[in-house]
Design a protein around this ligand. Structure first.
Ligand code: NAD
Ligand code: ZN
Length: 241
């Protein structure tokens, strides 16, 4: 890490698990998908069918995230950026916890739960929100259609600007710190692969092996909130020497 010229972090739901936000695929009863069926909630078709139900799920998640706090893993990444060791965090998370921990350059590949956009393709209305809407489903102030969360649902393309930025960051990187992701969601999971194919080092932090593990150069098994502060300390010691 210290000898890298340009390192980035690539994060998934696992980094927010210790903040009390359930992952999608991880094991255990807390996994979101064990209580909700994704095909009923995180798809455009689900929203067409039952926008209220989809919104109820998002309001539940928003309340959970509002009560949550960034953990030692998010904080360590913000400090690594402050030290100039990592240049950016590319995240699949929609919770905004990296920003709340102080990370400055955060590329959100799957959007943000703290933004809404109009579900009418002909309307360009978008807005940031800081709490769940009072009435669901909320209506677009511009055209009257339903507003939807500005997140990427199954079957939808990634936001072009975020994807473009992530790919150029990955191409410029000689190291990537992959944290708490199953590596099962594409195209996001190409990001660490792009670094690897460019000859860069892949360092993975996860409580379990993932689809990334077979090509990771270093696998640090453990919780993000424990491993990342240790990594930060090791880097700082190297820094001071
Ligand atoms: P995932 O649920 O598929 O995988 C989570 C990974 O985190 C697993 O590999 C698991 O072993 C690991 N993990 C669990 N606890 C950990 C810990 N304490 N420390 C380190 N690793 C831990 O998540 P994903 O790969 O991010 O893909 C799921 C999709 O779900 C993404 O597209 C994302 O948009 C969405 N999602 C976001 C949030 C969020 O914003 N917090 C939460 C759930 C899902
Ligand atoms: Zn509209």
């Amino acid at each position: 890490m210290l000898s890298s010229r340009h390192a980035i972090a690539f994060t998934g739901a696992g980094i927010s698990a210790e903040s009390g936000i359930p992952t999608f695929r991880g094991s255990g009863k807390d996994s979101l998908w064990s209580r909700f069926k994704p095909e009923e909630l995180a798809t455009p078709e689900a929203f067409e069918r039952n926008p209220r139900r989809v919104w109820e799920w998002y309001v539940w998640r928003m309340n959970l995230i509002m009560k949550a706090r960034p953990n030692a893993g998010h904080e360590a990444l913000a400090k690594l950026e402050g030290l100039g060791i990592i240049k950016a965090v590319v995240t699949q998370n929609v919770d905004g916890l990296h920003q709340r921990a102080g990370s400055r350059r955060v590329v959100e590949l799957h959007g943000s739960i703290w933004r809404v956009k109009c579900s009418n393709p002909a309307c360009t209305f978008r807005a940031g929100i800081d709490e769940p809407p009072e009435e669901i489903p909320p209506r677009c102030p511009s055209c009257g259609h339903y507003l939807r969360p500005d997140v990427v649902w199954f079957g939808e393309p990634l936001p072009q600007d975020a994807w473009g930025e992530a790919v150029s960051l990955a191409k410029a990187s000689d190291a990537v710190l992959v944290i708490g992701t199953s590596g099962a969601v594409y195209p996001a999971a190409y990001i660490p692969l792009i670094v690897k194919e460019g000859g860069g080092t892949v360092i993975e932090v996860n409580v379990a092996e993932s689809s990334i593990t077979p090509y990771a150069d270093i696998f640090l098994k453990g919780r993000a909130g424990e491993v990342l502060p240790r990594l930060l300390n090791a880097v700082m010691e190297g820094f001071l020497k």
